[in-house]
Design a protein around this ligand. Sequence first.
Ligand SMILES: *Cc1c(COP(=O)(O)O)cnc(C)c1O
Length: 371
Amino acid sequence: MSALIRADLAQISVYKAETHTTNQAPDQTDKLDANEVAVDLPDWFKQKIAARAQTEILGNRYPDGEYLSLKKIIATYAGVEPEQISLGNGSDELIRSLLIATCLNNSGLNNSGLNNSGSILVAEPTFSMYGILAQGLGIPVVKIQRHEQDFSIDLDAAAAAVATGKIKAVCLVHPNSPTGNILNAAELDWIKSLPSDILVVIDEAYFEFSGQTLAGELFLHPNWLILRTFSKAFRLAAYRVGYAITSPELNSALEKIRLPYNLPTISAYAAELAIIHSQELLANIPEIIAEREKILAEVLALDSAKIRAWSSAANFLYLRSSRDAELCAHLKSLGTILRQTGGGLRLTIGTCDQNLRALTRLKDFIGIDLS
Ligand SMILES: *Cc1c(COP(=O)(O)O)cnc(C)c1O
């Protein structure tokens, strides 16, 4: 069998997350590892989806393959034109599509006679799917580091990487996961200075929490592409809907790559409904942000030799302790699930009760650690 499968796939690890797909959980598990909103969709919202499936959706028919009504609603929400919107089965699908559209088969000699002009650039720690999806397509990944004090990008390293002529796409998360920081002024200047034959991906998965977007500047930069998702603030992770906002040119390239009928009819409907009812669905964001600030203050008050935390513009906090793996395992044994990633721990802000349990357990562990 091994002779059958591409040798470079051996280096790729499968993206794993803790699963928690029903509310019949046998135990009191606080799932704070995937940056989902902790509270499920309201009943009235679920009932609308169920009613739609029952009475209006023809189960035997393919979806409307253009998804125009959803694109129009998203365009209005994002303040752009429908021709600028592409839809994905989660924004993960769009990441793969944009890699195919720009980098795949683009690793031979470029105009300057340099090799590997189809590489992507990522600044670690960051969302791991960029690297995983690129590797799966055989696209080289160039990794640079971030400064530890605020997780801003090492721009000297970034410039040096671009100067090699190998980088075809720069992939940035705004605010970054797992570190929670938004792009700063120097980083913005840098991406504005990039040549138009380099794709700049700005992943705004946490836009509804941060209130930060570069959508208003897209018209100046046809090589920029913004990614958003319904999986986080809109609470539709189960439905798998993401979207890209970009120039009509790049958008039509994504459309060529897209699989036909990539969104199930019910998912497209759920996303439409979510935007129509965005006020209700997004109403708990201020509470999540207030909880985030409360936890941050509490962790910052602990011994910084034992645990550190950084401010965040999203619905999670990034922590580093002297014993991350043990801390993560200890909390898990008590029922609080965090994600260990990028040399630290990412804690999703959950309900008040979940947050309190997480904080109490964390403080206990730090206390144990001291003895
Ligand atoms: C969660 C997340 C996504 C993935 O979103 P889906 O639409 O669920 O595929 C993309 N980017 C970042 C940074 C994320 O945190």
